[in-house]
Design a protein around this ligand. Structure first.
Ligand code: GTP
Length: 515
């Protein structure tokens, strides 16, 4: 799988491969950031805040309950005490709501909404409770002394204003009312309410027998008793409903769910810390692998470079060698092209080249160029008698001996076989040229022994010459042909001598220099 992937990647274009590598690095970095963020330690401050808020809310709720209870038993300093905790409780509930949004988990949200509903219900009920409680409290506070007061007044009027029978009856009714009202206040129930209602009816029926002042007090008593009759069960019901809102239980539940959510969050972060650790190890391995690959690549590149450098140096060396070889070969070829291989003298080609230049110079200087065509006499016999090698040796000796007698600027060429040519420049006179011809002849004749064998050779020499502009205009080929012809003339007139071509040109006597 990995190998197939690597092969695919390797087959991509370099630009595409670079893009892919960038994308891979981005994904790896994003994954690292994700694990890092998810593994970050949960802020303990949030947990502390939530717990402190919950504790304060519990405390305020308990105080609220205590205030309601105090109001119920008539010890509340004022009904305002029933709502003093509310602003702070609302604030704490809102803060808990914010903590809920920061904490994940449906159970926490459910517990929070239950608490909020309970709080709202309780608040509403507490307001209603606060409305009904004061009249009830006043009635309960008012009734016993009012009964006692009326009874005292009845004692004073006994036998005077009303018949004693009626006074006794009202007194008994008042006693019964107080007893039943006190019982009703503790346990309000319909039979007791019916009984009180009956007593009140009885008291009302007796009013006609008493003075208006007493009737007024009786009315007040009846009214107060009816307030108690109505408000007492109402307040009890409200109180029961307040208790049923169970804000304490809702707070407990929310506290538990918060704890659980925080613990779960901690466990999740702990798990991600593990992932982060593993992933970091994986990244390190990846990095080490990449480093290794890079090092290997560098090593290979270094080796390839080294080899290329060595190959380059070797190539340069070989090229230099080959160039030197070629130069040497070229020089050799040039030399071969210009020289005769047996004697080392220049050949016909080179001779004509030198002759052209010499004629050009003669043209400029109005000087004389002389050509002497030499053909050995009796050379064939040497070959035939002693063999080709001896003949070669004789040719070499002739070349060397004639060359010895010439100036550096003179030229001696071998045209092939036993034919030689001497070229002289700046020849002052015909006599000078003939002296050179004679010298050459002597030198050739001086070869009398080769390879221990006696030889007898001579030469026939044809001489031609060209002077200045006119001579140069005749050209090298004509000059050579004239000399050749003169040489044949020399041969035909008996060999061993020289003949000057009739077309030879010379300087006028007195114009001459060197030869
Ligand atoms: N050893 C040797 N012999 C050569 C060479 N080139 C030509 N020859 C021989 O030289 C001889 C030249 O012949 P000829 O010029 O007729 O000989 P010759 O005896 O001088 O006769 P004439 O010129 O008529 O006086 C021939 O036998 C050729 O084979 C060479 O390079 N080396």
């Amino acid at each position: 799988m990995v190998a197939v992937l690597a092969q695919r990647v390797a087959s991509l274009r370099p630009r595409r491969r670079l893009q892919l590598a960038g994308l891979a690095v981005l994904v790896l970095a994003l994954l690292l950031a994700f694990f890092y963020i998810r593994s970050e330690a949960a802020d303990p401050e949030i947990r502390n805040d939530v717990l402190l808020n919950l504790r304060e809310l519990e405390k305020l709720d308990a105080e609220w309950d205590a205030n309601i209870l105090r109001a119920h038993i008539g010890r509340a300093p004022a009904t305002a005490a029933l709502t003093t905790q509310l602003p702070r409780m609302r604030e704490l509930t809102t803060r808990l709501g914010e903590a809920v949004t920061a904490t994940s988990g449906a159970p926490v949200r459910t517990a929070y909404s239950l608490l909020r509903d309970a709080m709202q219900r309780k608040e509403l009920l507490a307001v209603q409770f606060g409305r009904h409680n004061p009249p009830l409290r006043e009635a309960l506070v008012y009734l016993p002394p009012a009964v006692a007061d009326l009874k005292t007044e009845l004692g004073g009027i006994e036998g005077a204003l009303a018949p004693a029978r009626l006074v006794v009856r009202l007194d008994a009714s008042l006693n019964a009312l107080l007893t039943e009202i006190l019982r009703y206040n503790v346990t309000p129930n319909p039979p007791l309410a019916a009984r009180i209602d009956e007593i009140l009816g009885d008291i009302a029926a007796q009013q006609i027998a008493f003075s208006p002042a007493v009737v007024e007090k009786m009315d007040a008593l009846i009214k107060t008793s009816r307030v108690i009759l109505v408000k007492r069960p109402l307040e009890n019901r409200l109180e029961a409903h307040i208790a049923a809102t169970a804000t304490g239980a809702a707070l407990d539940r929310l506290g538990r769910e918060f704890d659980r959510a925080f613990d779960t969050e901690l466990a999740v972060r702990e798990r991600y810390r593990g992932y982060l650790f593993g992933y970091s190890a994986f990244l390190l391995l990846l990095l080490a692998y990449a480093g290794m690959r890079l090092r290997r690549s560098y090593r290979i590149i270094g080796e390839v470079n080294h080899r290329l450098q060595a190959a380059n140096e070797n190539l340069e060396h070989r090229v230099a060698e080959r160039t030197a070889e070629l130069e040497a070969q070229s020089k050799q070829l040039e030399r071969l092209a210009q020289h005769d291989s047996l004697t080392g003298l220049i050949n016909y080609r080179q001779l004509t080249r030198l002759l052209e230049r010499a004629l050009a110079r003669a043209n400029r200087r109005d000087s004389v160029v002389v050509i002497m065509f030499i053909d050995l006499d009796g050379f064939k016999a040497v070959n035939d008698t002693y063999g080709h090698a001896t003949g070669d040796l004789v040719l070499q000796m002739v070349a060397r001996r004639v060359q010895e007698k010439l100036r550096a600027e003179d030229a001696l060429a071998r045209l092939g076989g036993d034919e030689f040519v001497i070229m002289l420049e700046e020849v002052a006179s015909r006599e000078g040229a003939l002296r050179v011809a004679q010298l050459a002849l002597d030198q050739i004749r001086s070869v009398t022994e080769a390879d221990g064998n006696p030889v007898t050779i001579s030469a026939s020499i044809g001489i031609s010459s060209a002077r200045g502009h006119l001579g140069a205009a005749r050209g090298s080929a004509a000059l050579l042909a004239e000399a050749d012809k003169a040489m044949y003339d020399a041969k035909s007139s008996g060999k061993g001598g020289f003949v000057v071509s009739p077309s030879a040109q010379w300087l006028a006597p007195g114009q001459g220099g060197a030869h």
